[in-house]
Design a protein around this ligand. Structure first.
Ligand code: 23J
Ligand code: MN
Length: 258
């Protein structure tokens, strides 16, 4: 219905619908996910000036980027994990674009995450949220508000001798969302979609393993989730169309009622 789009434009122009940027700035200071020693580490981002109105090209300024796909605010495609490697339409260039857009369900566990950096969302938390806000709709983005994006410096990765300590999901919660609710995927404010200690879970990196095995997506390093209502916002999270890409930095936007 084309009328819906003209109404949306009116609402945007009047400010009754706002565009909220859920994206962190991307720079050479963007923190990257620390992986166990047996993994190849994600490269430190390198954004360098290519030309800056210099004699060879006096009209132009541009940079060259050398960054891992999983850097900063980014999208995880099913092909990222071995469990999703043979699924159809599992890579950045083959996912149908309508699957980048969906309603947002925002689960606020900021208080719990402040009290316990290893806080894990349980299936009971999901059921309690649904008693308040209704059933999580099929093809929605489920966003975990932890307020982790407000942490600065070392407190963001929160590394200890035994690895990072950041909130996430119990394996049973990822299964509930993927299999019973058929969501698009989950989004988090932390550096990756798994809890900091999830390398020790069964299966390891359980959220990656379960979500991507079910053809679902991930969004990491989101911010401004505190500006979203529990329901009623729409999230647009589109990765670059990297051929066979496993993920990509993305500009993640929400449309939210004001
Ligand atoms: C690369 C290798 C392992 C992992 C990751 C990236 C992520 O968590 C990610 O950003 O998707 S576990
Ligand atoms: Mn990733």
């Amino acid at each position: 219905m084309a009328q819906a789009l003209s109404m949306l434009l009116d609402e945007l122009a009047s400010g009754r619908v706002r565009v909220i940027d859920l994206t962190q700035p991307l720079s050479n200071d963007t923190p990257v996910i620390p992986l166990p020693p047996q993994y190849t580490q994600t490269p430190i981002p390198s954004i360098k000036v290519h030309s800056r109105y210099d004699p060879g090209a006096p009209f132009a300024y541009s940079n060259v980027l050398e960054i891992g796909e999983h850097t900063g605010t980014h999208f995880d495609a099913p092909i990222h994990w071995v469990t999703g490697k043979d699924l159809p339409e599992n890579a950045c260039d083959t996912i149908a674009p309508h699957r980048f857009v969906g309603p947002a369900c925002v689960l606020d566990y900021a208080r719990e995450s402040a009290a316990d950096p290893d806080f894990l969302v349980t299936p009971d938390h999901i059921l309690a949220w649904e008693r308040m806000h209704g059933r999580i709709p099929k093809a929605s983005w489920v966003l975990l508000r932890s307020d982790w994006s407000k942490r600065t410096g070392d407190a963001f990765l929160n590394m200890a001798d035994d690895g990072p300590h950041t909130p996430g999901w119990l394996p049973e919660t990822s299964r509930l969302l993927a299999y019973e609710r058929d969501v698009l995927g989950v989004g988090v404010e932390t550096v990756g979609t798994d809890a900091g200690q999830a390398g020790r879970f069964d299966p390891p990196y359980s959220n990656h393993s379960i979500m991507h095995g079910a053809g679902k997506f991930g969004l990491a390093s989101l911010r401004n989730l505190d500006q979203l209502p529990a329901t009623g916002a729409i999230v647009i999270a589109a990765p670059l169309k990297i051929v066979r890409g496993s993920g990509s930095p993305a500009r993640v936007l929400a449309l939210a009622p004001n």
